[in-house]
Ligand binder design. Structure first.
Ligand code: NAD
Ligand code: TYD
Length: 342
């Protein structure tokens, strides 16, 4: 079997490739990635030399890049490639439209042209918008995206659905909650807070810190994706979550405890515009159809994650240098500091 994985140099993609090569050692992999700020070849340094792994640099929104890298004997496309950070989408949505929407249509067209057996779109719970204090997202929830990022991922889902319906392409859409674990770029909540705390820098919590996210350890997610890809039904949507809802404040307090750092590092700052209040997934379909369950609790996953960042200082220093410093200054430099409400 030959698999074409896009975005494999990013956070989830690199964890998935490492996982997949262990789980399916006979399989050949092409990792197709543009290497944006979020793509990092160092994330896969340990597998790069293996004979069944090949890296191709290219852009999913450019048909010529995709078609020249997509060997005719590829069986499966898994699309992890995306612009993935909500705050960047608020600052400048253009790249999100190009990669997350145009890029997906380019991949769908290429999949059809090459007669690929299955196309898997890695989507997000954010396409379903924001929940109140009660209730859960399911596969039947309406698409109500609120950020430019979420809107671009919802548009991608619609294009995948249309390719299935109109052209009979074998497709699957997987929506997960917030993933965390090794190799996550420190613009997202957990790695940003860990790496700031490691350096005794302030921890910028947006608004009142009571927004809720549903967290899943990346390796648990990779096992779920494997089960869905190999046993899931064409045309279906699958929601993956670990039943692990936490407020942002609870997440940061857990990290501070694991790192043995003081609560005084917390700084409440001006909220994200349009900030979704709560995400929570009902994963019953995936549990029922595949018997999948997460292996990590939030505590054990967080302990592993903190340990990984503490023991990979050179990786942390490399990704937090250069353009990251400008990004951080741009994103946080002018944010008003709020007085904590509690
Ligand atoms: P990431 O930002 O860490 O990695 C994205 C990767 O895609 C990078 O390697 C980047 O170089 C590559 N890429 C970007 N634009 C490209 C293009 N035009 N052509 C080819 N490659 C391109 O993202 P992630 O956190 O690993 O997320 C992976 C996927 O999972 C995304 O589709 C994202 O929407 C989805 N997702 C992520 C989370 C999460 O918590 N991280 C949750 C739900 C869904
Ligand atoms: P993030 O990791 O950006 O994921 P998403 O917005 O896609 O869920 O943010 C997770 C939560 O953490 C979200 O409620 C916003 C909040 N947050 C902060 O409070 N401070 C920060 O510096 C960041 C990056 C996020």
């Amino acid at each position: 079997m030959k698999v074409f994985i896009t975005g494999g140099a990013g956070f989830i993609g690199s964890n998935f490739i490492r996982y997949w090569m262990r789980a399916h050692p006979q399989c050949e992999i092409i990792n197709f990635d543009k290497l944006t700020y979020a793509g990092n070849p160092a994330n896969l340094a340990d597998v790069a030399g293996q004979p069944n792994y090949r890296f191709v640099r290219g852009d999913i929104s450019r048909p010529e890049d995709v078609l020249s890298a997509l060997d005719p004997d590829v069986d499966l496309i898994i699309n992890f490639a995306a612009e993935s950070h909500v705050d960047r989408s608020i600052e400048n949505p253009a790249a999100f439209i190009r990669t997350n929407i145009t890029g997906v249509q380019v991949l769908l067209d290429a999949a059809r042209e090459r007669g690929i057996d299955r196309f898997v779109q890695i989507s997000t719970d954010e396409v379903m918008g924001s929940l109140g204090p009660e209730g859960y997202f399911t596969e039947e929830s309406p698409l109500q995206p609120n950020s430019p990022y979420a809107a671009s991922k919802a548009a991608a889902e619609m294009l995948v659905r249309a390719s299935h319906h109109t052209f009979g392409l074998d497709t699957i859409i997987i929506r997960s909650g917030n993933c965390y674990g090794p190799y996550q770029f420190p613009e997202k909540l957990i790695p940003l807070m860990i790496t700031n705390a490691m350096d005794d820098q302030p921890l910028p919590i947006y608004g009142d810190g009571l927004n809720v996210r549903d967290w899943i350890y990346v390796e648990d997610y990779c096992r779920a994706v494997d089960a869905i890809i190999t046993r899931g039904r064409s045309g279906e949507v699958y929601c993956v979550g670990a039943r692990s809802e936490k407020t942002n404040l609870e997440v940061v307090e857990t990290l501070l405890r694991l790192l043995n750092k003081p609560r005084s590092l917390i700084q409440f700052v001006e909220d994200r515009p349009g900030h979704d209040r709560r995400y929570a997934i009902d994963p019953s379909k995936v549990e029922r159809e595949f018997g999948w369950r997460p292996q990590e609790t939030f505590e054990s996953g967080m302990a592993k994650t903190v340990h990984w960042y503490q023991t990979h200082r050179p990786w942390v220093d490399a990704v937090r240098s250069g353009a990251y410093r400008e990004y951080y200054q741009r994103m946080y430099g002018h944010r008003k500091i709020l007085k904590p409400s509690h």
